[in-house]
Design a protein around this ligand. Structure first.
Ligand SMILES: [Zn+2]
Ligand SMILES: [Zn+2]
Ligand SMILES: [Zn+2]
Length: 458
């Protein structure tokens, strides 16, 4: 649609909405979504019955709502899809991570005395890429090599440029034809398994230090963690994690005296070096073993140093709302039959995606489901995960917030408040669509003070 036509269409929609008799109620719904860019539309009803008599006490139905639907926030964690909901997710994650460091939200404050470390597990090198490093705030030469060799493709393996922080070349290989794209996507695909093996190995090492058989460890000690995946510019994931030692059952009990910060450091060091994941042989490629890169960062979290509980919680929460699109790929699944040329992709990202699609055809690699996860460059794990006892859950934090929202709804007379013991609530909802037509989108942004636009709008 030509832009002028589209604008006229949006304007007409906006005027129609403003003039509709239920405009106020529509605006109320929009405010309640907090400015969600792509709200879910629900059709349905909630009935409240008296448990004793079966009498219908109250019925709420979306029939009387604007367009016959209730709009609720999409609750995505991806800032590229909906900045408002991603911000809510970020804030919730922040509180959850912080509660695991200093207590709160049902976690005792004594948790702050448990040995806790912030670690970064990286991927190995898959070839030289353009990088940004700073010394005293000044960018340093990228990859300077005197007498640098020339690769078989005629590229000199040296780069003396001082790349700025947002140089689009960052993360791009010095020679794309030498770069190990296969290794990169296979590492992404196996990173969740490597993490699992890492945590298991750390537990085994701790059991050994405590002189315990592994199966008895949980009666003495819990290894609790919260982790987040971050894509490096070269398109490979690495993990940041808070790792904490608790007593049996989680943060309410202290760990045994032998389970010190030093013991935890040793277990992490050991586990990061020890674990591997195997890629089976396929076509004419032999079996391949992948492991973590040499760069392992282990740092204590202190109340008043470089790395405080707030810094760590902020860091993890920030990465929890980012995904692979930060490295220039797509934030939706790719149909293997799609023409990748039609997407606006960085050459490096396109090559990683193409590699996923090619490898997905190898029967030996079928379990990695590389076609389904090509848009994530092979990584199919969750972005942000926590062990069971880390702290409270996102669900609890959400329920807390939504309870507030509901109480407000009730006080404005939308829904009567009933005692759950005497009232039976039966809800029936159907999905009825998503998002806003262009006119509504403009109005919604104006109403809630959110910004319009974005890479993957409408
Ligand atoms: Zn949303
Ligand atoms: Zn460079
Ligand atoms: Zn080359």
């Amino acid at each position: 649609m030509p832009t002028t036509h589209a604008t006229a269409h949006a304007k007409a929609g906006m005027i129609a909405r403003l003039n509709s008799p239920d405009y106020d109620r529509w605006a109320g719904q929009i405010r309640a979504t907090g400015g969600c860019r792509q709200p879910i539309h629900l059709r349905g009803k909630i009935d409240h019955y008296d448990r004793a008599t079966g009498r219908l006490l109250h019925r709420y139905t979306t029939k009387h709502e604007p367009d016959g639907v209730l709009r609720i926030p999409c609750k995505t964690r991806r800032a590229s899809r909906c900045p408002t909901c991603a911000e809510t997710y970020r804030a919730d994650t922040y509180h959850l991570i912080r509660a695991g460091l200093v207590g709160g939200k049902g976690v005792p404050e004594t948790v702050a005395t448990h040995p806790t470390l912030f670690i970064t597990l990286t991927a190995p090198s898959f070839g030289a890429v353009h990088t940004h490093h700073e010394r005293n705030g000044k960018p340093q030469p990228c990859h300077p090599r005197r007498n640098a060799r020339t690769c078989p493709h005629g590229m000199v393996m040296s780069c003396t440029a001082r790349h700025s922080k947002n140089d689009p070349r960052l993360g791009e290989p010095l020679c794309p034809d030498c770069y190990d794209y296969t290794g990169t996507v296979l590492f992404n695909a196996l990173a969740p398994l490597l993490w699992k093996r890492f945590a298991d190995s750390a537990r085994r090492h701790l059991a050994k230090q405590g002189g315990l058989p592994l199966k008895d460890l949980r009666h003495h000690l819990t290894l609790s963690f919260a982790k987040v995946a971050e894509y490096q510019r070269r398109g490979v994931v690495h993990f940041h994690a808070v790792i904490r030692l608790d007593g049996p059952g989680g943060p309410t009990a202290p760990p045994p005296p032998w389970a010190t910060q030093e013991a935890l450091t040793e277990a992490i060091n050991h586990a990061a070096k020890a674990v591997t994941a195997k890629v089976p042989a396929y076509a004419d490629h032999p079996e391949r073993t992948l492991r973590w890169g040499d760069q392992l960062d282990i740092r204590p979290i202190t109340m008043n140093g470089d790395l405080t509980d707030q810094t760590v919680a902020g860091y993890i929460a920030k990465y929890a709302t980012k995904a692979a699109e930060c490295v220039g790929t797509l934030d939706h699944r790719i149909n293997p039959l799609d023409n990748l040329e039609a997407y606006n992709l960085r050459a490096h990202a396109r090559r990683l995606i193409t590699t996923c699609l090619q490898l997905s055809k190898e029967p030996a690699l079928a379990d990695l489901r590389l076609a389904d996860w090509a848009h994530m460059l092979g990584f199919r794990g969750h972005f942000s995960t926590r062990s069971r006892h880390y702290s409270t859950t996102l669900g609890d934090i959400r329920a807390d917030r939504e309870h507030h929202a509901r109480t407000e709804d009730i006080t404005t007379g939308r829904l009567p408040l009933f005692d759950d013991d005497t009232v039976l609530v039966i809800a029936e909802w159907h999905y009825a669509g998503k998002g806003h037509p262009p006119g509504d989108q403009l109005l919604a942004a104006a109403l809630t003070g959110t910004r319009l636009g974005g890479a993957h709008d409408l």
